[in-house]
Design a protein around this ligand. Structure first.
Ligand code: ATP
Length: 234
């Protein structure tokens, strides 16, 4: 469904992301784990059109989307939940959600908003409050809800566990599992390798901007290299 081949990108200097190839099949959750600075955010931003790739291709259901403007990529069916959530603090919860539906038909927006509120009752309760007053976990749910407002087929998630208490992280990961069971395909990048590999079917390890290991998530979680580097003493 999502095919990334030979992707390179960076910030004007030497490439940060180097020749990255990976694929995500329809209905899969695939994770990319890696240490701080491995290039995980750069990868997702290059796929989502926030950064220009300097080489390689990105295809969504066969259509080339690499290097297209971000809004065209969203319209093609791919939405990003960015690192650090990036909700607009002074805007209300509902206004933040509507930002995610920009450009969609009024009827579709209404229907999707109802579905998002159904899934996140806390967002509905707090829909008129400024997003900045939400807790970290609620802001993460808002960021996910905002991405869902575009009606995506593939969700890109950049470290949804960042800065959240373990109980809240579990809640977010349960939610991701449920969304996946309803048919949403996901590419998840995480420093929390243990949690991410428990959720995903397959995984890749990114190190220094390159994919250095890939395989079934269950096997990666047991691989000595991963245990040493990312999971601590098992
Ligand atoms: P983190 O978990 O810290 O977000 P990451 O795996 O997502 O790590 P990236 O944020 O993609 O890593 O960063 C990869 C490399 O790119 C790092 O060496 C970083 O210093 C560099 N980098 C990131 N953002 C920029 C930027 N705006 N300008 C220049 N270099 C950057």
């Amino acid at each position: 469904m999502l095919e990334i081949a030979g992707l390179s990108s960076g910030y004007g200097g030497p490439a940060v992301l180097k020749d990255v190839s990976l694929h995500v099949g329809a209905g899969e959750i695939v994770t990319v784990v890696g240490a701080n600075g491995a290039g995980k955010t750069t990868l997702l931003n290059a796929v989502a059109g926030l950064l220009r790739p300097s080489g390689g291709t990105v295809r969504l259901d066969g259509a080339a989307i690499g290097g297209r403007p971000a809004e065209r990529i969203v319209r093609a069916g791919l939405s990003l939940v960015p690192e650090g959530r990036q909700v607009v603090a002074p805007l209300s919860v509902e206004e933040n959600l509507l930002v995610g539906a920009y450009g969609r038909k009024r009827g579709d927006v209404k229907e999707t908003l109802a579905a998002v509120y159904n899934r996140f009752p806390r967002l509905k309760e707090r829909r008129r409050q400024p997003a900045g007053l939400l807790s970290g976990g609620e802001q993460q749910m808002l960021a996910i809800g905002r991405a869902l407002m575009a009606g995506p087929r593939v969700l890109l998630l950049d470290e949804p566990s960042m800065g959240l208490a373990p109980l809240i992280v579990s809640e977010i990961f349960t939610l991701l599992r449920e969304l996946n069971q309803q048919g949403l395909t996901m590419l998840l990048v995480e420093q929390n390798a243990r949690k991410a590999l428990a959720l995903a079917k397959r995984g890749y390890v990114l190190d220094g901007g390159r994919i250095v290991l890939e395989g079934p998530a269950e096997e990666l979680a047991k691989s000595p290299a991963i245990v040493d580097a990312y999971l601590g003493v098992a």
